[in-house]
Design a binder for this molecule. Structure first.
Ligand SMILES: C[C@H]1O[C@H](OP(=O)(O)OP(=O)(O)OC[C@H]2O[C@@H](n3cnc4c(=O)[nH]c(N)nc43)[C@H](O)[C@@H]2O)[C@@H](O)[C@@H](O)C1=O
Length: 363
């Protein structure tokens, strides 16, 4: 029998890749979307025809319903009527820096939202499996590197604190009520569908726009921060595998490789055909192109009150037990993001320059 899945956050990067994966596997997919004054289904338009856009292709097995993780009554209603076999809770206020400005809202949606959904499932009584999108941000000021499933949490932001609450409640529902409820502790995962407020997409978009003469420079925050960046399309496969496992378990999902924001810039700009040289230090640091024009500058506005400086995951448990491994390298990830932005900004008229130019450092 074909399975039914419910995805919160289906209009986000991960939601769109996961919906495609589940549809390809024969699932019926229900996606919960929030009501907004403008249409926000851009990432799933290829598989869903919104009522306002009659001419696009529609997969009849993908259905959208309005809902909000802040509203428990609507979650109860959807769970009762859909009776999903699998629930993927990807919805959240996901921006770490924004969470310092919206700590209560972030706690409500990102933390309590998960519990509202778990409660809806418990009350419904239907045996659904539950996936919680946990985050490497839980480790924050990590006591060891790389981090694994045993590494203690030290969350460094309201976002991470809310995710910690959701993590523990997911585990608690598993232990208290015997639910199949699992946490995927996912490290940063990116793609051409990543929102432009996240650093990777901000950089690739800017590199493409600068290469095409549409933008002069880009301002960034902490260039020294290091992240374990993978490809989102690989990470939704890990979500699905976790939900098919014999017993419910929490897993770290990561590449095991870190790069600094500065390194990401170097590779992205080189890929776009604008190799950078670095000058200065701290907020005076800047990257210049071959003609000496400043292309990357540092602006204190983009720093966070505290930072998770270096996060690197050890995904050996999921590799060993579920056979998951990332299928795309860091260079492939940067390449696909820059190429997609070059194509989008040039209306698809421009081929991507070859990768591999080295970045020089003149501090
Ligand atoms: C796993 C985790 O992954 C994501 O959280 P994030 O790591 O905060 O992602 P980001 O792309 O906003 O920042 C990455 C790093 O880059 C630094 N950085 C420098 N300059 C800028 C800058 O200009 N903008 C931004 N956004 N970051 C900057 C920034 O300080 C940080 O150190 C979310 O999906 C989250 O939901 C999640 O769970």
């Amino acid at each position: 029998m074909a399975k039914t899945a419910l995805i919160t956050g289906i209009t986000g990067q991960d939601g769109s890749y996961l919906a495609e994966l589940l549809l390809a596997k024969g699932y019926t997919v229900w996606g919960m979307i929030r009501r907004a004054s403008s249409i926000n289904t851009g990432r799933i338009d290829g598989i869903y025809r919104s009522p306002q856009r009659e001419n696009t292709h529609r997969d009849a097995r993908l259905r959208l319903v309005y809902g909000d993780l802040a509203d428990g009554s609507v979650l109860n209603r959807h769970v009762k009527s859909i009776r999903p076999d699998e629930v993927y809770n990807l919805g959240a206020q996901t921006h770490v820096k924004v969470s310092f400005e919206l700590p209560v809202y972030t706690g409500d949606v990102t933390g309590l939202g998960a519990v509202r959904l778990l409660e809806a499932l418990r009350e419904c009584g239907h045996e659904s499996r539950f996936y919680q999108a946990s985050s490497s941000e839980l480790f924050g000021l990590a006591s060891e590197s790389p981090q694994n499933e045993q590494t203690p949490f030290h969350p460094r932001s309201p976002y991470a604190c809310a995710k910690a609450y959701a993590f523990h409640l997911t585990r608690n529902y598993r232990e208290s009520y015997g639910m199949f409820a699992v946490n995927g502790i996912q490290y940063n995962h990116e793609s051409p569908r990543r929102g432009e407020a996240f650093v990777t997409r901000k950089i690739t978009r800017a590199a493409a726009a600068i290469a095409l003469g549409q933008q002069e420079t880009v301002s960034l925050g902490n260039l020294n921060a290091e992240r374990d960046w993978g490809y989102a399309g690989d990470y939704v496969k890990a979500m699905w595998l976790m939900m098919q496992a014999e017993r419910p378990q929490d897993y770290v999902v990561a590449t095991g490789e870190t790069h600094s924001v500065r390194d990401f810039c170097c590779r992205a700009f080189a890929r776009a055909g604008v190799p950078l040289t670095w000058h200065g230090e701290g907020v005076n640091e800047h990257g210049v192109d071959q003609a000496g024009r400043v292309r990357v500058s540092v602006d204190p506005e983009f720093f966070r009150p505290v930072e998770s400086e270096c996060l690197r995951g050890d995904a050996s448990r999921i590799r060993r037990e579920l056979g998951w491994a990332p299928e795309h390298t860091f260079d492939e990830l940067v390449g696909m993001m820059v190429d997609a932005d070059l194509a989008a900004l040039s209306g698809g008229r421009r081929g991507a320059p070859s990768a591999g130019k080295r970045c020089s450092n003149a501090a």
